[in-house]
Design a protein around this ligand. Sequence first.
Ligand code: NAG
Ligand code: NAG
Ligand code: NAG
Ligand code: NAG
Ligand code: NAG
Ligand code: NAG
Ligand code: NAG
Length: 633
Amino acid sequence: MGSRSLVALLAALCACRLGVRAAGRSKVNPRIITAPQGTREYAFPRSEKYPVFYHEENTSAIYVGGEGRLYYHDFATSESYMEDFPVENGGQCLKPGSPEDNKNFITLVAKHGDGMLVCGTGACAPTCWNLTQRQKSSPQDGRGLAPFTPDANSLVVVDYPDIYSTIKKSQQNGKIPRFRRVRGGGELYTSDTVMQNPQFVKATTLKHEESHQDKIYYFFREDNPDKSLEAPRNISRVAQLCKEDKGGTSSLSASKWTTFLKASLICVDPATKGNFNWLQDVFFVPASNWRDSKVYGLFTNTWGSSAVCVYSFGDIDDVFRTSKLKGYNGPNPEIKPGQCVSSGQHTPSETFKIADSHPEVEDRVEPLAPSRSPLFHNKHRYQKIGVHKVSVRDGQQYTVLYLATDKGSIHKVVELPEGVQNIMEIQVFSRKEPIQSMILDHERAMLYVGSASRVVEVPMAMCGLYRNNCESCLLARDPYCGWAGGRCQAVHQNPEVHQNLDLNPWQGKCQKGEVMEADTYQNITVVPFSRYYLNCPVESHYATYNWYHNNSLIKTCNNTHPQMDCFYFIQNVSHTHYGHYLCESEEDGFKQALVRERLVNQLRFMSQKGRATTTLGSWLQLLLAALLVELLH
Ligand SMILES: *[C@@H]1O[C@H](CO)[C@@H](O)[C@H](O)[C@H]1NC(C)=O
Ligand SMILES: *[C@@H]1O[C@H](CO)[C@@H](O)[C@H](O)[C@H]1NC(C)=O
Ligand SMILES: *[C@@H]1O[C@H](CO)[C@@H](O)[C@H](O)[C@H]1NC(C)=O
Ligand SMILES: *[C@@H]1O[C@H](CO)[C@@H](O)[C@H](O)[C@H]1NC(C)=O
Ligand SMILES: *[C@@H]1O[C@H](CO)[C@@H](O)[C@H](O)[C@H]1NC(C)=O
Ligand SMILES: *[C@@H]1O[C@H](CO)[C@@H](O)[C@H](O)[C@H]1NC(C)=O
Ligand SMILES: CC(=O)N[C@H]1CO[C@H](CO)[C@@H](O)[C@@H]1O
């Protein structure tokens, strides 16, 4: 309990507040979970400076690319192995000197057909290998698939047999970044004039009803050509391309995409008009109808706040199909810019010329109707977003967002009928390492969270965390968990559980007698004139905690100091301090006893087994508590 409280105290330094959009309960603080149960860890044999991670859906294994090495670990069987990928032929760095230069950093690990594609910098000579059942192919030229040196602005999308990439193909500096098709139907790249200093975020392909309409969408930031003082310096964008684009008809345009268009993404808080213009990460949520497929965009602003805005691909497509081109007032050609042509055909050169000189559409992409505003925003600087759809008992689906903070923790945020609620903060790593990667396994409901030294497998359903009674289980409002058979258990293990996710009152769902608590007091001997403190663990920040002494209320803790346990401190124990102490939590009218202690005078109650009044750990806690109170003042 000691270390738990310590971590809780430390975590208190980052106050967790979600700007909950809708009305309803104004509950603001999540439960904080450290080293959650059921997690499994794989530590690399050595730390990696630029690790890359690959996990295939519905498996229990993870691949990690490091410096000259590929690690494999299966969490279910604990099988691990390592494969070496050394620099071939000494590399080709023009001015070796930087220690980064003479190494082969693996930058891409991906499934490609039946094999795995593994690519690395190869000491300025990008190289790829095809790995099939642990058999390495001979090295191949990897230019365009791996950068010359580790580079944060590289994006590779594998949509077998096609591969798209934003990686430079030449070592010379000063090249304008391009979005390319590097494998599959013929090489194509974006015109150098259509993006201004782009920073790529993510890309996806999307199947439409007819294959010639299939699209590629990519998300990026770029410099704002509007340099006025009040204009934001960066704009967040979505770009579209047709998958079957065959390039232009002239020799100059033969290798250029002819279906490129870009639009701005809007994420503005209507209440404050606060603009979240820096796209940090996106997550794609497919749907059976492509128009309903969604993209969850995570944005930050200059003040370090974050917002999540959700867009539908139907809306994005409408903007590209119907909007005017910015700055173009001429007549529209028969084939409109951005329109996909029938299979095997080329975009007419007239259409391409207009699009190439006016690549931006005037309309902007707004978040989903009806609100057209952020799902929520708050004061955290989130780094990554993941979205999981959870099916619950009544066949309904709930959306759970996983947001990686810049402090090594993950917030679990649930979309509930009355608005979003941050129900949990998970401290993933025992040491506070930055989160480099967060991969969701939707089928197995697992998170794979990677740092420079390890990968942790975290179950999304952690129902054992909730105090094992019906009320606590339902009050948690965790879509993964419900109450059945006297246990708080995962919905996927028992679809017959009771849950409390809608706005109906929950009280009727718990039967009397399901709360099984022994109401015995723990006897604790305390010497007179010593100091003593009583500690009640704060498990839910939505509850109020009360300390009673001989049935009289002596202390109340509520949201004032959220992440701190509820202490009651006795400066100098005198005879009136002895007796029964009870700590009770109250949430939504549900009360439960959490701590029962009976302080007895050692002089009268001679026992060798009595607990020491104060241990070193508890003093440390107290000191921190005092420190924290000072800090908060
Ligand atoms: C996931 O794997 C399990 C066991 O290997 C299999 O039974 C199940 O059908 C798989 N699910 C999907 C969606 O492939
Ligand atoms: C790698 O090997 C697999 C299986 O032989 C094949 O399907 C795939 O196309 C290969 N990939 C590359 C890039 O050569
Ligand atoms: C505490 O002491 C009282 C009185 O001696 C006794 O009845 C009770 O069982 C003790 N409680 C525990 C948990 O040992
Ligand atoms: C505690 O109280 C007793 C009696 O009231 C007093 O003699 C003693 O000095 C006090 N101890 C401390 C540490 O304040
Ligand atoms: C918190 O406690 C204070 C005093 O202890 C009380 O006045 C206030 O109403 C409480 N707030 C809530 C939300 O329970
Ligand atoms: C509480 O009860 C204990 C024992 O029953 C007694 O010694 C103590 O004086 C009481 N204290 C108060 C404040 O009622
Ligand atoms: C507010 C913000 O993030 N500004 C960035 C805009 O882009 C330039 C370069 O692309 C960055 O240097 C700024 O920090």
